[in-house]
Design a protein around this ligand. Structure first.
Ligand SMILES: Cc1cc2nc3c(=O)[nH]c(=O)nc-3n(C[C@H](O)[C@H](O)[C@H](O)COP(=O)(O)O)c2cc1C
Length: 157
């Protein structure tokens, strides 16, 4: 069983989670691809595809959105896992449902909302302002849900 893990990450958290999922499934069974930095391999080589991104201003990265739209039909022929990293607990379900096409969500074997983190020192001025005002946090916080990641990886094994 070969698994492709495609992700987008602005400050590294989703990348870290993607690597963690690959270790849990087995690094020799997985290929991890950062959609911003690498050329996508052909999906035909994989039985399973995991897609993950992080939420900014309510939305997942555009490249992840486009990937899901373009490859919906092909993805429906495979086992699919979908996950997001995000920090607004009260909005996370809505953000997940908004991040991926509903047909893919219905088809997915595993769905994950893994929490996230704010690395305050890495945020630019505007990002700091937004995080303070909209999310009410003004220091670095890490809130990754390890249990959800483990459960997700078991379902995708
Ligand atoms: C400027 C900014 C806006 C954000 N907007 C949201 C948001 O609308 N909803 C949410 O749940 N999390 C939001 N987050 C939290 C991120 O989703 C979280 O920090 C995530 O771990 C980032 O992952 P990444 O480093 O892989 O990009 C925001 C973070 C920043 C810095």
């Amino acid at each position: 069983m070969k698994t492709l893990i495609i992700y987008a990450s602005k400050h590294g958290t989703t990348g870290e989670v993607a690597e963690r999922v690959s270790r849990l499934i087995g690094i020799n069974k997985c290929r991890v691809v950062n959609i911003d930095e690498e050329i996508l391999p052909s999906l035909s080589k994989f039985d399973s595809v995991i897609i993950g991104g992080s939420i900014y201003f309510g939305h997942i990265q555009k490249k992840i959105q486009r990937f899901c739209e373009i490859y919906t039909e092909e993805l429906l022929q495979k086992r699919v896992g979908l996950f997001i990293c995000c920090m607004k607990r009260q909005a996370e379900r809505f953000e997940f449902n908004n991040a991926f096409p509903s047909v893919l969500i219905d088809h997915a074997t595993a769905k994950g909302i893994f929490g996230g983190e704010f690395k305050f020192e890495n945020l630019n001025f505007v990002e700091k302002l937004v995080v303070r005002k909209n999310i009410g946090i003004n220091k670095s916080v890490r809130r990754i849900n390890a249990q959800s990641i483990n459960h997700f990886a078991i379902l995708m094994q």
